[in-house]
Design a protein around this ligand. Structure first.
Ligand SMILES: Nc1ncnc2c1ncn2[C@@H]1O[C@H](COP(=O)(O)OP(=O)(O)OP(=O)(O)O)[C@@H](O)[C@H]1O
Ligand SMILES: [Mg+2]
Length: 368
């Protein structure tokens, strides 16, 4: 799939933008603070009604305007569709696909975008929270039940923690009833995360070799107190309940839920060694890119088309060889690249890219 055309009004500093894109590489260049990331953010927003850097959508509307509008024409399986998102300062949001009102959860089926930004390159190196988030965001996009289960789990967790904090008379019995549900959702989420990583594992080796240019062995392992008990997935729910029970004393003492999917992590190994601890910066970044690229392959395997890829400021973080290999690997994909200079164009043949210059929120297409 690719995005053929976009119209943007009052989205951050982008006042009035109407662009036709290239179906391969689109280079967006301009000085700092001109609106490059804003443009990429708007395209990403069209794919899932979420920003990669802002939770409250009203902040995406231009400071002095009452609404923001993003409209895109998507080409997929030889059919064009139109997605339109209207954000209003009063907190209302309207999403339409081909003029029909649509829930946000339906967007990704219509138009998928994978975004890379410098933070992503630290996914291996940073704490477990970032890796959990990576899993949750990636799985939620392809599995709506997972998203619901996650919401339910965190709702239950909040209540559970409240019971532990207050410790009112009879809270032990209440906890037991609660834990049935916590275990149900916790086990489901664990299972889905393990499955997702197993699917990623199938692609990641190939991708990693292509970027790293060598043949380092890469592997991923999900870390969870439940799985450490060496159980099969059928017994997960049972084990989950046991785990909560076993830690009841500790939880009561610490007044918080110490075990569960909200504490889990996954480990990446390069040549059998823990990449977070022993990997070089370059190895960690390569592994992070391979993780993200596997997401593209996975989407393609499920949907028969590739999502678009947004590369915001990531190329400058990679050495020249890795930059080249990454771009080559994406030749079948529509790619948007932001950069302060346009030198990346030398990587492409003249017919393969379009060049856009952005200044103070205004975009002009540069004639080659
Ligand atoms: N809601 C908003 N309304 C108007 N302007 C905004 C809003 N939010 C952010 N901006 C402005 O948008 C400008 C451009 O931001 P953006 O992050 O796109 O820059 P950039 O071109 O990616 O720069 P860099 O090269 O530093 O990454 C900033 O000056 C910022 O103040
Ligand atoms: Mg930027």
């Amino acid at each position: 799939m690719y995005i053929q055309e976009v119209f943007i009004k009052h989205f951050r500093n982008l006042s009035d933008i109407d662009l036709l894109f290239h179906r391969q590489y689109n280079i967006i260049h301009g000085q700092n603070a001109q609106g490059k990331t804003n443009l990429v953010e708007a395209l990403y927003y069209l794919s899932c009604a979420k920003s990669h850097r802002e939770n409250a959508f009203v902040n995406l509307i231009h400071y002095e305007k009452e609404f923001a509008l993003i409209r895109g024409v998507i080409h997929k399986h030889n059919i064009n569709s139109k997605i339109e998102i209207l954000l209003e300062k009063n907190g209302k949001r309207k999403i339409k696909i081909d003029e029909n009102n649509t829930p946000a959860s339906m967007l990704y089926d219509e138009f998928a975008a994978v975004i890379f930004y410098p933070d992503d390159l630290r996914i291996i190196k940073d704490g477990p929270e970032k890796r959990r988030r990576y899993l949750d965001v990636s799985i939620s996009k392809i599995n709506k039940n997972y998203k619901k289960a996650l919401r339910e789990y965190y709702r239950l967790l909040k209540h559970r923690n409240y019971l532990l904090l207050e410790q009112k008379k009879g809270y032990e019995e209440l906890l037991e009833i609660f834990d049935e549900q916590v275990a149900l959702f916790g086990a489901y989420i664990t299972k889905k995360r393990v499955q997702y990583l197993a699917e990623i594992q199938q692609n990641i080796q190939k991708t990693h070799n292509e970027i790293a240019g060598g043949n380092e062995q890469i592997s991923i392992r999900y870390q969870s107190a439940v799985l450490e008990k060496n159980t099969n997935t059928e017994e997960l729910e049972q084990c989950y309940k046991m785990l909560l029970k076993e830690h009841f004393k500790e939880d009561s003492y610490r007044k918080i839920t110490t075990q569960g999917i909200h504490k889990d992590d996954f480990h990446v190994f390069i040549n059998g060694r823990f990449a977070k601890q022993f990997g070089s910066q370059g190895q960690q970044k390569t592994a992070a890119i391979a993780l993200k690229l596997s997401e593209i392959e996975l989407y393609e395997a499920h949907n028969g088309t590739r999502p678009i890829v947004l590369l915001d400021d990531v190329l400058s973080e990679l050495d020249e060889q890795r930059q080249k290999r990454l771009l080559q690997m994406l030749y079948k994909t529509q790619v948007f690249i932001t950069a302060t200079a346009d030198e990346v164009k030398k990587e492409f043949h003249k017919t393969e890219y379009a060049l856009f210059h952005i200044q103070e929120g205004k975009v002009s297409q540069t004639v080659r």
